[in-house]
Design a protein around this ligand. Structure first.
Ligand SMILES: *[C@@H]1O[C@H](CO)[C@@H](O)[C@H](O)[C@H]1NC(C)=O
Ligand SMILES: *[C@@H]1O[C@H](CO)[C@@H](O)[C@H](O)[C@H]1NC(C)=O
Ligand SMILES: *[C@@H]1O[C@H](CO)[C@@H](O)[C@H](O)[C@H]1NC(C)=O
Ligand SMILES: *[C@@H]1O[C@H](CO)[C@@H](O)[C@H](O)[C@H]1NC(C)=O
Ligand SMILES: *[C@@H]1O[C@H](CO)[C@@H](O)[C@H](O)[C@H]1NC(C)=O
Ligand SMILES: *[C@@H]1O[C@H](CO)[C@@H](O)[C@H](O)[C@H]1NC(C)=O
Length: 305
């Protein structure tokens, strides 16, 4: 066989082998280009020699030779997504780019985050990633004053069908005593071997603080008491909480009481439960601390709405 025949075989055989290899890399690729369905794209191979060759996942979006320093892809569809690699004639890799179809209908990914305290080092987040197959997800939280934050990378296999992804992001350093001037921007990206998704949400921490439930709840016949959640920012004089106490009386009637102290006195109470929120800023209520039950009871949840 002469060299030319070998080259032809190289281009016929390698792309076929390529598709049997694991379709998505273990790490988020360094170079990737999301395009919209039916877009065009030009890939450049900046080699010291103009004598180059491309390894492509499919010829479907190409109408040119694979021996050119620029490669024009047109009318891109899912058939031509994948890894485009440029090699010199002696097979040294010059560049390698993932071409992916961007899903423009999913720019939000239902990103939802909260913090259990102003001083918490983590944002607890979830995102809805409506794609299946092997997929990579990465997320980060950045704030303009601290530009350098690293990505949290996650990998899911086809066996994991769960679309809701939960993750904790470390929060860029900021001072909980000061008014937050710039929002924290949470960015989530996801990809398979052919698809790409992107979502972003901006948050002021005061809007997403949800305290943990009150702790050490104790009830006797005449009073109930509780303590601040241990995760809450200290000192509590600077970050006071407001408590809501839900009482059920012996005659089965119920009542709600707002309380800023950590105890209250009562009579004829059968059950009590308590939750909390920031006193100065209308944060969400915490979940209820487990009800303290002295005899069988269940609360009417609708009175707390
Ligand atoms: C995304 O969030 C919106 C609004 O919060 C909700 O109506 C919708 O059901 C969510 N979608 C999914 C798939 O969770
Ligand atoms: C935060 O990260 C996003 C996504 O990488 C980037 O577009 C944005 O410019 C960053 N913002 C700041 C303030 O660093
Ligand atoms: C961000 O971090 C990377 C690696 O940790 C570093 O190479 C880069 O210089 C940093 N950029 C800034 C603006 O601090
Ligand atoms: C996030 O952090 C919280 C508290 O630090 C922890 O309870 C939770 O399990 C963590 N979630 C994930 C997905 O790691
Ligand atoms: C109930 O608890 C409070 C505070 O812990 C205590 O002062 C009170 O004496 C107790 N009452 C009874 C009847 O045990
Ligand atoms: C908090 O909510 C209450 C009742 O919903 C309202 O009266 C009050 O003005 C709100 N305060 C702030 C700071 O938004």
């Amino acid at each position: 066989m002469n060299v030319q025949v070998l080259r032809v075989m190289f281009f016929l055989v390698i792309p076929a082998l390529w598709s049997y290899l694991p379709s998505i890399s273990a790490f988020w690729p360094e170079k990737y280009v999301p395009v919209l369905d039916s877009d065009s794209l030009t890939l450049h191979c900046d080699s010291y020699t103009s004598n180059v060759q491309w390894m492509v996942p499919s010829n479907e979006c190409l109408s040119q030779s694979l021996h050119s320093s620029t490669l024009l892809l047109s009318d891109i569809s899912y058939h031509c997504t994948g890894l485009y690699t440029c090699l010199t004639m002696d097979e040294v890799q010059v560049t390698s780019t993932h071409v992916l179809i961007r899903d423009s209908d999913n720019e939000h990914l239902n990103i939802s985050c909260f913090m259990d305290s102003y001083s918490s080092p983590v944002l607890q987040c979830s995102a809805y990633i409506p794609i299946s197959g092997d997929r990579l997800v990465r997320a980060k939280a950045n704030i303009s004053s601290a530009a350098n934050t690293t990505w949290l990378e996650m990998k899911f296999t086809d066996n994991n069908k769960e679309s809701l992804v939960r993750f904790n992001l470390s929060v860029p350093k900021w001072c909980p005593y000061e008014e937050q001037e710039n929002p924290i921007v949470v960015t989530v990206e996801a990809m398979t071997d052919s698809q790409y998704m992107h979502g972003q949400r901006a948050y002021y921490i005061r809007d997403i603080v949800v305290p943990g439930a009150p702790e050490h709840v104790i009830v006797n016949k005449t009073s109930g008491s509780w303590k601040y959640p241990s995760t809450w920012a200290k000192p509590s004089s600077f970050f006071p909480l407001l408590f809501q106490v839900h009482l059920q009386y012996k005659d089965h009637s119920e009542g709600l009481v707002l309380q800023n102290r950590m105890m209250m006195s009562f009579t004829n109470v059968k059950c009590m439960r308590v939750r909390c929120r920031d006193m100065y800023y209308n944060s969400s209520w915490s979940v209820w601390a487990s009800p303290v039950i002295r005899s069988r009871c269940s609360f009417k949840n609708d009175i707390t709405k």
